[in-house]
Design a protein around this ligand. Structure first.
Ligand code: BGC
Length: 794
């Protein structure tokens, strides 16, 4: 392959080479017809493949969040999911998916905690390697991200993370090392700096990534992470997004001046051509991917989702028997949060809500009790009519001053313009609709948008404002533009005329106009206390209360860190009030990352579902009724309160975030502090019981005989930890060294093997990896604190 690549390289002149090392568009790599290289669209990927566009959706299958994936503790399950991701990519003409996110859960406040797998490097690494292998086996590139130490979001574009070599090697780099070993074709570098150098130009891209580990794929910058033209001398191979800016004309000048060498550029182009060969974009066709019908995709995702749900507490109330009457309460019942916020966003064709899922299998009553006020939603298509043609949707008109230069119908009242040609010639755009109120009461009517925006209601100006992007984050402004609204009392069936006018910003050279806006509404609500009391009343009269509480994509999102681990609004009060009237209260927590659960000891059962993707409701119904086992185990420690969390802070001081805890994050830090969390790393219950015996070690393979002693089929995750009480170096109290997931029928026994990588015994020193001679203690069990078996390994 390398000879062929050199021949092609020789055919490219310098401008042609430069065109290849920057993107051609926001999510597109450049092609070169002269050498048979096709343009290569790429897409965000951690929770489904969005595709190139963010507008009027070409829908995607929405998958469980990273935390949910890791909670399966079952890398093999990713084989099928990887095939589905690849099939989605191919359907959308995408050559690489930008995922998985394999940064670590250093602090539960981290805004992208939900998107990453775990606080443990080994669990993260195993899942990362499986993801890479399974997606790439289908001919689509995977792109593990963000290399490296991008574990929180505060000051994300500029923060300098100061971290020791040992913590880097043993914790933060390890998942990337394993992803490279698994053959990753692309790696994304991070916005942040590490130890004084921006990651897009950091020596860590050379060593260990490209040198010691032999990574021969493409290092792509995070979007906008390249800050200088001179960074082209460094390890980033591909500067995104396009079109070429810093690495376009200015780089030609730098090459002329000799501040950047052509050899450096050639090396990048070689890597990009190698990538293109791998994905079938160079003189070839992409590998065919497996076909998934809608039903096959849904069944697969549903099965996967049940495997990710973690039952942390159960007094026997679960599983529910047929005919049990259930009060389904809480804000996430009818409006679940299926994904976190930011670039992991996809637009699914359907969302199975917990309410619908449970209603299909049990007699159900419902009211939310508490509603999370999240602002406006785009006016739903069924409530709006395009006044011009009378069909559901809106009329969009483009104006140049007073002259209309174009118009179109749309079915949704939300628009994201990325390089829309007509917009470059327009001064403003109008979105016009007739809204029919389906409920009487006080409605909020308004918009999301930035710049000069005006809303007219029934021909009268209601809002006219120059809305400023206070956060200064253009990606966030596109995904969630700021909102404004006014209240209007409407009768059921009443119609109002809504006309939104928004000024078109300057086009960005090469990219065109970037603009997002929506015509928004919020329906009338019952007074809060009345709603709360109604939920408690439903709980009182049902056999079981299922309360769905959670956070949201606004609270858990790329771009910001959380400031609290509390459930928003009165959700804790709701659980407490419901539990007080119904002892069989089951709480379902719909958050991507840990939250405080002050009521956890007062309820019958607690099920953690993460951000579970589109099949939430059906998967939940299967788990609650025992059709499926809740197969998940905690990939991260759940604290009792935020004040107990040993590694918490994510706010840089003078631009520096110091990882002073060194190698002690996650359960390692909890064990060292001697503080008891609400639920430990690795914990999770199923619906059967287990016994285990005969722990043996041969070389680096641990074997143990396990038996399902209960009455139904179940899954258990056996975990092996090492410790070194007599060590001469600083070490964690114990650390995960291997694991295996096993499913057995009632009464079945099996001897299972857990392979321990050599690395589990090694520690990093200034001279490299070393093993401290002597005896390690091996512990085996079902969580970091439930380890009944121990033996010695010399
Ligand atoms: C995120 C990346 C993402 C990229 C493209 C960045 O802001 O950090 O994870 O892949 O945007 O959407």
């Amino acid at each position: 392959m390398d000879d062929r690549i050199d021949q092609l390289l020789a055919k490219l002149d310098l401008p042609a080479k430069l065109r290849l090392i920057s993107g051609a568009g926001l999510f597109r790599l450049a092609g070169d017809p002269g050498i048979g290289l096709a343009e290569m669209p790429i897409s965000d990927g951690p929770s489904g493949v969005r595709g190139e566009s963010m507008d009027e959706p070409d829908p995607s299958v929405s998958l469980p969040s990273g935390t949910a994936v890791a909670a399966t503790w079952d890398p093999e399950l990713l084989t099928e999911i990887g095939a589905l991701i690849a099939a989605e990519a191919r359907r959308k003409d995408v050559y690489a998916v930008l995922g998985p996110t394999i940064n670590l859960h250093r602090s539960p406040l981290g805004g992208r905690h939900f998107e990453s797998f775990s606080e443990d490097p080994l669990l993260t690494a195993e899942m990362a390697a499986a993801y890479v292998r399974s997606v790439q086996a289908n001919g689509v590139g995977a792109c593990p991200k963000h290399y490296v130490a991008n574990d929180s979001e505060t000051e994300r574009f500029s923060v300098d993370v100061q971290v020791s070599d040992r913590a880097l090697r043993e914790l933060y780099l390890y998942p990337f090392e394993r992803a490279v070993e698994a053959g990753a074709w692309m790696i994304m570098d991070a916005y942040n700096g590490v130890n004084g150098a921006a990651m897009s130009d950091n020596p860590l891209l050379d060593e260990p990534l490209k040198g010691e580990w032999g990574f021969d794929g493409v290092v792509v910058s995070d979007w906008g992470a390249v800050r200088t033209t001179e960074a082209a001398s460094g390890g980033t191979d591909l500067c995104m997004p396009g079109p070429p800016m810093l690495w376009g004309e200015p780089l030609l000048a730098a090459l002329d001046a000799g501040t950047v060498s052509e050899d450096a550029i050639d090396e990048k182009v070689r890597r990009i051509l190698r990538f293109a060969t791998r994905v079938g974009a160079l003189d070839g066709t992409p590998l065919p991917t497996q076909d998934f019908t809608d039903n096959q995709a849904r069944n697969l995702v549903r099965r996967f989702t049940t495997q990710s749900m973690v039952l942390v507490r159960n007094d026997g109330t679960l599983p529910l028997s047929p005919g049990t009457t259930v009060a389904v309460l809480g804000p996430s019942a009818a409006e679940p949060r299926i994904m976190g916020g930011g670039s992991a966003t996809v637009f699914p064709t359907h969302i199975s809500t917990p309410l619908a899922g449970l209603r299909a299998v049990l007699p159900v009553t419902h009211t939310p009790g508490v509603r999370l006020i999240e602002g406006l939603i785009a006016a739903p298509t069924e409530l709006i009519t395009d006044p011009e043609i009378g069909t559901p949707g809106v009329r969009v008109r483009y104006f140049d001053g007073a002259t209309e230069i174009g118009a179109r119908h749309r079915s949704i009242a939300h628009m994201v313009l990325l390089g829309d040609e007509l917009a470059t010639r327009a001064t403003h755009i109008e979105m016009h609709a007739r809204l029919r109120a389906d409920t009487a009461g006080e409605w909020q009517l308004g918009f999301g948008g930035i710049g000069e925006v005006r809303l007219d209601i029934d021909g009268t100006p209601a809002i006219d404002e120059n809305v400023v992007d206070a956060a200064g984050d253009p990606v966030a402004a596109l995904l969630e533009p700021p909102q404004r609204s006014v209240a209007r009392i409407l009768a059921a069936g009443q119609e109002v005329d809504l006309r939104l006018t928004i000024a078109v910003p300057e086009a960005i050279p090469g990219l065109g106009v970037l603009l997002a806006f929506l015509l928004g509404i919020d329906r009338p609500q019952r007074p809060k206390d009345e709603e709360f009391a109604a939920a408690v009343e439903l709980a009182r009269t049902a056999d079981v209360a299922v309360v769905l509480v959670g956070t949201s994509e606004k609270i858990e999102s790329e771009g910001t860190d959380r400031t609290s681990l509390r459930l928003p609004d009165r959700q804790d009060d709701l659980v407490a009030a419901v539990a007080a009237v119904n002892p069989r209260t089951v709480v379902v927590v719909n958050s991507g990352a840990p939250v405080e659960m002050p009521w956890r000891e007062d309820v019958a059962a607690v099920l953690l579902t993460w951000f579970p993707g589109q099949e939430f409701g059906d998967a939940l119904a299967n788990v609650l009724t025992g059709v499926a086992e809740p197969g998940g185990r905690l990939p991260t420690t759940w604290p009792k309160t935020i004040t107990d969390v040993p590694v918490l802070h994510t706010t840089p001081a003078d631009g520096v975030l110091a990882y002073t805890e060194d190698i002690h994050i996650g359960y390692r830090a909890w064990l060292r502090a001697g503080t008891e969390p609400a639920y430990p790393f690795g914990h999770g219950l199923g619906y059967t019981t287990w016994s285990s015996s005969d722990l043996r070690v041969t070389g680096r393979t641990v074997s143990i005989t396990v038996t399902n002693t209960g009455t139904r089929t179940g899954k258990q995750v056996y975990q092996a930890y090492l410790s070194r009480p007599d060590s001469t170096i600083d070490r964690p109290v114990r650390w995960l060294a291997g694991f295996t997931a096993v499913t057995l029928g009632s009464g079945q026994s099996r001897t299972v093997d857990i392979d321990l990588p050599r690395r589990a015994f090694e520690h990093w020193t200034p001279e490299g990896w070393e093993i401290e001679p002597g005896t390690f203690t091996l512990h085996v069990g079902t969580s970091v604190t439930d380890l009944p078996h121990t033996t010695e390994v010399s």
